[in-house]
Design a protein around this ligand. Structure first.
Ligand code: SDX
Length: 389
């Protein structure tokens, strides 16, 4: 090592220990949740079934699934006093700022499930978080547009319920489109977990100190917010709007190659996938299905996105660097078609990622873990004396 402090490359922060939840092969474009390929889960499963799989390691039996769905339903309401929490924010606050705050505030309301060493408490907290994230996400949106909060309904499925709370009001109770509910469910499913990425590692590190699960998930939301991570889906839509017309694509590709310009092609590239992100393929398929069902095949954003993908994935600079569309590239086009505003996209990502975060948290807390303590490579001054007076 350099200087006085040697760097022990063998030291791994225990919060990033081995995991049985998700496997990624970046070169082969493989993503398995508890061994099941993401393509098969997207085709045959649904979001809550995948939540059960991530949490418990096996697909639920019919009875287990029924019990899980009713448990989640019974936790969808939030403490009535939480609604006052929002009033401290400006209406134009970024939804992720409010989401960070209100999820952290859950610790102040659910004292009866905070003993992290009690497996029952851990499961109650897991169920509460999966159940309440859509309710809180819809409240964040309603607050930003000055409409009253909508209560969850037990007669609707998870994704129908979310769209009901987002877009209905006390004055009208429109039926949620099954096409949009299925697309919403698919979006949540494709975001459910992704091994130990930046925000999941944040949740594990926070969890390794013994912090309560609500605080850990709030930390994960904060980490997800950045445009290099979960904030990319919002940035992709803004980039497509800025491109505005296919004729401008080459200019953006050139900018993305300019080393001095921090601009990157949002929705492209990945820390692990150097071939293609399997979720992007499923997301693109879903995008085509939803837009066709809605008669929006000629959505101008989609046209620009497809042309951008074609040009970028044939361009030597991108091919050489393994830069392909990632999970965020097409998701925003679907969310926009569902009617969700751009600034809410990362809140949707956080909602979908909650079962992954909490499954990793639970896996670590129930293992023989120690507090995470990543070490540094010290490159500063060696010891020196204070100048004599
Ligand atoms: C997510 O980790 C996860 O699993 C995350 C995630 C999850 O589910 O949790 O998958 C979700 O965060 C997906 C990524 C969303 N982010 C974006 O779409 C933002 C745009 N992408 C880039 O910021 C970037 O690709 C990252 C952050 C995703 C990855 O950054 P890296 O690891 O620095 O990329 P790299 O090392 O593979 O880069 C290789 C080269 C570099 O150039 P050189 O130094 O070799 O000359 O490619 C360049 C990079 O500068 N590069 C890009 C680029 N991404 C990388 N150039 C232009 N546009 C891009 N998007």
């Amino acid at each position: 090592g350099k200087g006085l402090f040697t760097y022990d490359p063998g030291f791994v922060s225990t919060a990033a220990t081995e995991s049985k939840i998700t496997y990624i092969d970046g070169d082969a474009g493989v993503l398995l949740h508890r061994g099941y390929p993401i393509e098969q889960l997207a085709e045959n499963s649904d979001y809550l079934e995948t939540c059960f799989l991530l949490l418990h390691g096996e697909l639920p039996t019919a009875e287990e699934k029924e019990n899980f769905l009713s448990t989640i339903k019974n936790h969808t309401m939030v403490h009535e006093q939480l609604s006052h929490f929002f009033n401290g924010f400006r209406r134009d606050a970024h939804p992720m700022a409010v989401m960070c705050g209100v999820v952290g505030a859950l610790s102040a309301f659910y004292h009866d499930s905070l003993d992290i060493h009690d497996p029952k408490h851990r499961m109650i907290s897991a169920h509460r978080l999966i159940a309440k994230m859509p309710t809180l996400a819809a409240m964040v949106y309603k607050y930003s547009i000055g409409q009253p909060f909508m209560y969850p309904r037990n007669d609707l499925s998870y994704s129908e319920n979310f769209l009901h709370m987002m877009f209905n009001t006390p004055c009208e109770d429109k039926k949620v489109s099954p096409v949009l509910a299925k697309a919403m469910d698919r979006i949540f499913l494709l975001h459910a977990d992704h091994e130990q990425n930046a925000s999941t590692s944040t949740v594990r590190l926070a969890g390794s100190t013994g912090a309560n699960p609500f605080a850990c998930i709030a930390a994960g939301i904060a980490a997800l917010w950045g445009p290099a991570h979960g904030g990319a889906n919002e940035a992709v839509l803004r980039m497509l709007a800025e491109i505005g017309d296919e004729s401008n694509i080459d200019k953006f590709i050139a900018k993305a190659k300019d080393k001095d310009d921090p601009f990157r092609l949002m929705g492209f590239g990945h820390r692990v996938y150097k071939n293609f992100d399997p979720r992007a393929k499923v997301m693109k398929q879903t995008c085509d299905e939803v837009l066709a069902e809605l008669g929006m095949e000629d959505d101008p954003m989609l046209k620009i996105a497809m042309k951008l993908e074609k040009i970028a994935t044939e361009d030597e600079y991108f091919v050489k660097r393994g830069l392909y569309p990632n999970v965020d590239f097409y998701s925003g086009i679907i969310l926009k078609a569902i009617g969700i505003p751009t600034e809410m996209f990362t809140v949707i990502f956080a909602t979908g990622r909650t079962p992954g975060w909490i499954a990793h948290w639970n896996e670590m807390i129930s293992s023989d873990y120690r507090i995470g303590r990543p070490r540094q490579l010290y490159t500063g001054h060696t010891r020196r004396d204070y100048p004599a007076k």
